[in-house]
Design a protein around this ligand. Structure first.
Ligand SMILES: *[C@@H]1O[C@H](CO)[C@@H](O)[C@H](O)[C@H]1NC(C)=O
Ligand SMILES: *[C@@H]1O[C@H](CO)[C@@H](O)[C@H](O)[C@H]1NC(C)=O
Ligand SMILES: *[C@@H]1O[C@H](CO)[C@@H](O)[C@H](O)[C@H]1NC(C)=O
Ligand SMILES: *[C@@H]1O[C@H](CO)[C@@H](O)[C@H](O)[C@H]1NC(C)=O
Ligand SMILES: *[C@@H]1O[C@H](CO)[C@@H](O)[C@H](O)[C@H]1NC(C)=O
Ligand SMILES: *[C@@H]1O[C@H](CO)[C@@H](O)[C@H](O)[C@H]1NC(C)=O
Ligand SMILES: *[C@@H]1O[C@H](CO)[C@@H](O)[C@H](O)[C@H]1NC(C)=O
Length: 516
């Protein structure tokens, strides 16, 4: 379902969950916040001016927390940098920093005991919001931590770390988790923590959650380790994500990560039209509620009831899990060749103009999101095409409605700056020229039924589907056909297809500091 209201899109998509009476659920909220910026972030502010600035944002947090609570929310997530904005320097951010005591060592409710630690006005304010509204609250804020250069070789010269930090309060206002962002994205004001942190917290309503921030979602640590090794199936995700089509729009990748790892992702993005930041959502493996508005200038609260996925919580409570009917999904598991020539609603009339082998002679290269993709155009209204780069091979079986829009199947197998990608992507090109393949567009008219298969070296592949008007979708079916071959299929989408991707990450080949 998509409600298109005055230029922005609010979507409920995917298979509807069947919630049994005894199925444990909870109500989650995420707030996409239009951050009120410091117009000159490189000029240092004293503490009282920095607080004045942050309070403008906190006032909005307070209103939205109350609105979420009124709708029954038990947890609310606010975005990365939402309290102060971005582009500070290490020196200019000083007035904004608070020292957050380690919740593993200190049990502290700043609201109940505001004077226990100095200069903690922001913590106090957030803690009171959580307590007053009786919900768990997740916020991102800048923090400092003193260190000693004699004993800690990583300790910065000025004797303190400065961290991009997620802080989690329980419904009593007590700080229950503190996470320092591991994978910084050109953030001059912050330090990388000396050791990788895998941070989780427990809730009485849904069991365990993990947390990480923005760029972290593209790396093994802590994101993939939390999910695949520590068994965390619910993640609160703060982000300040600049949309980058065709593969890395915020909700597009959030959807792909949640689907690909089979977890719930509560994702709150900062809203800034100036920096192209928008796209938040509540994602279960089966469906999602999303928000994306690249033009408007306001925030957005999303509230939704979702099933508990923590296996130990479900076990503890003797609840039964009921998953969505897979009848729909099974339908297109295998595409029989015979059905391929079927004239569905008269949309697929034009026959394939060239043989599959013929297509390989049309291979071209195009730079997409700074990477040199190898592509092959789709020709005719149906076909079976392949394109390879080294060991990564992509196969596409498709049929499409007859429109002039150009589509291509692309492969990339290589290092993107410091991280290694293995990608198969079917995308709509923005024009008729091959060089337009890989440029971003939010719209497409062409209805495409497809089965996309990739041969990968990595096992970490995130399947993503983006429909026209920034609607996220999930495959009808996907899975490993053999040890190194993953497929996904989707037919009967109601919107044009913008992108279908198998976004593989080969973490082993990354050029980043490895976590122990
Ligand atoms: C902080 O800076 C503001 C603006 O420059 C100034 O008006 C104020 O007096 C300063 N406060 C303190 C405590 O220094
Ligand atoms: C938080 O700060 C805002 C802005 O100054 C203020 O209006 C509000 O009363 C504070 N809330 C709490 C609970 O401290
Ligand atoms: C740093 O650690 C050393 C060795 O334990 C100690 O002698 C020194 O006093 C510490 N410095 C500070 C500033 O705490
Ligand atoms: C996803 O998780 C559910 C349990 O929550 C499980 O039944 C299902 O098999 C998982 N799917 C995959 C593809 O691992
Ligand atoms: C799934 O299909 C089977 C057989 O076609 C049918 O009996 C069953 O009711 C269907 N389940 C749902 C949930 O639609
Ligand atoms: C598509 O091509 C692949 C590889 O060339 C082949 O294995 C498969 O059978 C073909 N499928 C159809 C439906 O033609
Ligand atoms: C992209 O790769 C192709 C094939 O290796 C090469 O011919 C082309 O020059 C590359 N393009 C750019 C811009 O590097």
């Amino acid at each position: 379902m998509a409600l298109v209201l005055a230029g922005f899109v609010l979507c409920l998509s995917g298979l509807p969950l069947i919630l049994a009476a005894d199925y444990p659920t909870y109500v989650a909220a995420v707030y996409e916040h239009r951050v009120l910026l410091n117009p000159n972030p490189i000029v240092p502010l004293n503490r009282s001016s920095a607080l004045e600035h942050m309070k403008q944002n906190l006032r909005v947090y307070e209103e939205q927390t109350a609105l979420a609570a009124q709708q029954g929310a038990q947890i609310i997530v606010f975005p990365e940098d939402g309290i102060l904005g971005f582009f500070f320097t290490r020196a200019s951010i000083a007035g904004y920093l608070e020292a957050i005591p380690d919740p593993q060592k200190v049990t502290w409710s700043p609201c109940a005991d505001p004077l226990r630690f100095p200069d903690t006005e922001v913590l106090h304010n957030l803690s009171c919001m959580a307590l007053k509204n009786r919900l768990f609250l997740v916020a991102n804020m800048p923090s400092r931590l003193s260190c000693n250069r004699t004993v800690d070789p990583h300790c910065p010269a000025d004797g303190q770390y400065q961290f991009n930090t997620n802080v989690v309060f329980n419904d009593q206002g007590v700080i229950v988790a503190r996470y320092h962002k591991q994978n910084l994205y050109f953030e001059l004001s912050f330090d990388t923590p000396p050791e990788c942190e895998y941070v989780t917290f427990n809730t009485p309503f849904a069991g365990r959650f993990g947390t990480f921030t923005c760029f972290d979602i593209l790396f093994r640590d802590p994101a993939v380790t939390l999910v695949t090794e520590m068994g965390i199936r619910q993640i609160v995700f703060t982000t300040a994500w600049m949309n980058k089509l065709p593969l890395l729009a915020a909700i597009e990748f959030q959807r792909a990560f949640s689907y690909g790892t089979n977890i719930t992702l509560l994702a709150a993005n900062t809203h800034s039209t100036k920096y192209g930041m928008t796209g938040s959502g509540i994602f279960t493996p089966w469906d999602s509620l999303t928000y994306h508005d690249a033009k408007g200038d306001s925030g957005k609260l999303l509230v939704r009831r979702v099933p508990v996925l923590d296996p130990s919580f479900i076990g503890d409570n003797n609840h039964k899990l009921v998953y969505p009917s897979s009848n729909e999904s099974e339908k297109m598991h295998v595409w029989p060749t015979s059905s391929f020539n079927a004239n569905r609603d008269g949309k697929y009339c034009r026959k394939v103009s060239e043989s599959a082998e013929g297509a390989s002679s049309n291979i071209f290269n195009s730079i997409m999101m700074s990477d040199n993709f190898t592509l092959v155009p789709l020709q005719g209204t149906e076909g079976n095409i392949s394109v390879c780069s080294g060991l990564v091979c992509c196969h596409l079986l498709f049929r499409r409605s007859d429109t002039p829009e150009l589509y291509a199947l692309g492969v990339f197998n290589g290092l993107h700056r410091v991280y290694y990608l293995e990608i198969c992507a079917l995308m709509r090109c923005t024009g008729q020229e091959q060089s337009s393949c890989g440029q971003g567009t939010e719209y497409a008219e062409t209805l495409v039924d497809f089965r996309l298969t990739g041969t990968f070296v990595t096992r970490h592949v995130y399947p993503g589907i983006l429909g026209s008007g920034m609607t996220v979708d999930i495959p009808d079916h996907s899975g490993w056909e053999s040890e190194n071959q993953l497929y996904m299929s989707r037919t009967g989408m109601s919107t044009g297809l913008v992108t279908a991707m198998l976004y593989g990450r080969n973490y082993e080949k990354d050029h980043v500091k490895k976590c122990a």
